[in-house]
Design a protein around this ligand. Structure first.
Ligand SMILES: Nc1nc2c([nH]c(=O)n2[C@@H]2O[C@H](COP(=O)(O)OP(=O)(O)OP(=O)(O)O)[C@@H](O)[C@H]2O)c(=O)[nH]1
Length: 127
């Protein structure tokens, strides 16, 4: 299963989202995004961000993807993109919490397993 996610940068901080109790991987932190349907990766990302946060984004670049096997039937390829905001009124539509964190604080969150290599790559590349 391909999943896109957005590393949204604004004023030197990165938007981190906590999954709600109703989602799978409850309370884990992630980058907002979701499963790719019949669409391009960028279309998927822009659609998911609109659905989850109510904002438009600009997609800057694709970063290396990471495959993680949560179980036999749940194997995901997480495909991250660096993004910025085009509109700024964020609404919390699906997640339980949002945090804007500076890059040096990203490691303090309890990330979904698939995100850990993505966070590490981002820190290594952009700090
Ligand atoms: N959006 C997102 N999903 C992630 C990340 N890391 C990670 O393991 N996942 C997993 O990838 C899958 C994405 O599905 P989702 O539930 O967020 O996406 P969706 O909105 O398309 O699904 P749905 O409409 O079926 O609920 C979930 O199983 C989620 O646990 C991440 O950083 N962002």
């Amino acid at each position: 299963m391909k999943v896109t996610c957005a590393i949204i940068e604004n004023n030197g901080k990165i938007l981190c989202a906590q999954r709600s109790d109703k989602m799978d991987l409850p309370k884990k932190w992630e980058f907002p995004g979701g499963k790719v349907k019949n669409e391009t990766l960028e279309e998927c990302l822009r659609r998911e961000i609109k659905e989850e946060l109510g904002v438009e984004i600009q997609v800057l670049e694709q970063l290396p993807s990471n495959q993680h096997n949560y179980s036999k039937s749940k194997i995901i390829e997480l495909i991250p993109f660096r993004c910025t905001l085009q509109t700024f009124e964020i609404v919390l539509l699906e997640h339980s919490k949002l945090e804007w964190l500076p890059i040096e604080k990203l490691k303090t969150l309890d990330w979904a397993k698939a995100d850990i290599p993505v966070v590490n790559y981002y820190i290594k590349t952009y700090k």
